[in-house]
Design a protein around this ligand. Structure first.
Ligand SMILES: [Zn+2]
Length: 206
């Protein structure tokens, strides 16, 4: 088993300095990429770059070490008869697109309609980050967050809306800064009942 396989298993290999070890083949791949862009990986400023990039990517993709559903396993049933919408708005997140490995920077709104249990509100953000810190497409990220909440909490409805800008579009390709992509996934009552849908969308600011 290489160090890299080991790391994917969630057991990061750390050096004596406590920092994540970046296997040689990963460093070599980054050196190759630097050479391909037209620079010299042996010049002083770039010497430690392969290690830094390797560690940075392990952090960007931390979600592979996480089972996002775990964050929803502790629920509270004492909700004092509260059966109305719970909404967490404007959660900033960062992800990377799987087509270009370029940053996706955005914010998400997550809502659910509890039946008999609720979760600590910060847990919804943890679910988002667990899926965002992977190579993603925004459509799948939106759907995965919604489905995870549906599966774990069995609420009567879930709504996830994500707005994000994709660096692969703003910094390269058509180079159109300021463009936001919007995706939504509505389940249960938010899909079936127009009044619930209007309520959640208006609370989200749409
Ligand atoms: Zn892309």
């Amino acid at each position: 088993m290489s160090e890299f396989d080991h790391a994917v298993d969630g057991d990061l290999v750390r050096g004596p300095d406590g920092r994540v070890m970046v296997p040689d083949d990963v460093q070599e791949a980054i050196r190759t990429l630097i050479r391909w862009t037209g620079d010299d990986p042996d010049r002083e400023g770039l010497l430690d770059t392969p290690k830094r990039v390797g560690r940075a990517w392990k952090e960007y993709c931390q979600g592979y070490l996480d089972d996002p559903g775990v964050h929803l396993s502790r629920t509270f049933e004492e909700v004092g008869g509260y059966h109305e919408l719970v909404i967490l708005k404007d959660i900033p997140f960062q992800s990377h697109c799987e087509h270009h490995m370029a940053p996706i920077i955005g914010r998400a709104h997550i809502a659910y309609m509890p039946t008999d249990r609720v979760v600590g509100i910060s847990k919804l953000a943890r679910v988002l980050h667990g899926y965002a810190r992977r190579l993603q497409v925004q459509e799948r990220l939106t759907a995965e967050v919604a489905q995870c909440i549906q599966d774990k909490l069995a609420p009567s409805g879930v709504a996830v809306v994500i707005e994000a800008s994709h660096s692969c579009m703003t910094a390269r390709g058509v180079r159109t800064p300021g463009v936001q992509m919007m995706t939504s996934r509505l389940l249960g009552c938010f899909l079936d009942d127009q009044r619930s849908r209007e309520e959640v969308m208006s609370l989200m600011g749409y």
